[in-house]
Design a protein around this ligand. Structure first.
Ligand code: C5P
Length: 219
């Protein structure tokens, strides 16, 4: 049995939320902790891969110096950092919870409170993973999906639309799964199959995902 099945492979992983500035002190963000992406990076390095982890704002640290960590703040910065290394990588796992929208304009001074209601106009951020699906050559692309309804149908739609090799569906219906938790419950969806896994620590979930990546690379 090969102990380092990802040796000579370069894997790019995105993690965490993105922050979209409203003014110098405020932003639009989400509750992503970055844990799933960081666990994927650690386990991929243990399996022999060269890992680049591009992460939005998170309190997590990496002891493992085998992982190259690039910290970014906004979706646009994550987009640029990802495209800078994409050509050199064999696999991309997009675990980041990228903000779908950003304020259309960013105030240069802290916005003052007024007695009237406030409207902030939002504009879409770039779809990082979708943009990779359009230009991929040999690269394997893996995405995440978090759905609240018609989970399977929506996840399959994303798999097709973003030209992915497989998509990891996070269950929202399980107590121990999702944002900020140390455990997760997933299904892996390919064009042909749906594989469902039990609730387990995110480090074990990461290993399950990476074993599927290894299968893909051997096909
Ligand atoms: O379309 P949706 O955001 O649900 O798709 C989720 C997948 O796409 C995740 O893998 C996420 O990291 C990625 N994504 C991205 N850039 C965006 C939005 C989502 O890379 N702007």
């Amino acid at each position: 049995l090969d102990k380092l099945p990802l040796r000579n492979k370069k894997i790019l992983i995105t993690a965490g939320p993105t922050y979209e500035a409203i003014d110098p002190v405020r932003f639009i963000g989400n509750h992503s902790s970055g844990k799933m992406g960081f666990e994927l990076a650690k386990e991929a390095a243990k399996l022999g891969a060269e890992v680049v982890l591009i992460s939005g704002p998170t309190h997590l640290q990496l002891e493992n110096s085998m992982v190259q960590l690039v910290r970014v703040t906004s979706a646009q910065q994550m987009y640029e950092a990802v495209h800078e290394v994409f050509e050199e990588v064999d696999v991309v796992i997009a675990a980041a919870a990228v903000s779908d929208y950003k304020p259309k304009t960013v105030a240069s001074q802290k916005m003052k409170k007024k007695e009237t209601s406030l409207t902030i106009e939002l504009t879409p951020t770039p779809d990082i993973l979708g943009s990779l699906g359009k230009i991929k050559k040999h690269q394997k692309l893996i995405g995440f999906a978090l759905e609240t309804n018609n989970e399977l149908e929506h996840a399959k739609g994303k798999l097709e639309r973003k030209n992915l090799d497989f998509i990891v569906l996070n269950s929202m219906n399980d107590k121990g799964a999702g944002f900020k938790k140390d455990t997760n419950k997933i299904s892996i969806i390919t064009k042909e199959d749906v594989m469902s896994y039990g609730l387990k620590p995110k480090s074990d979930v990461a290993v399950d995902i990476l074993h599927e990546v290894i299968n893909l690379l051997h096909e």
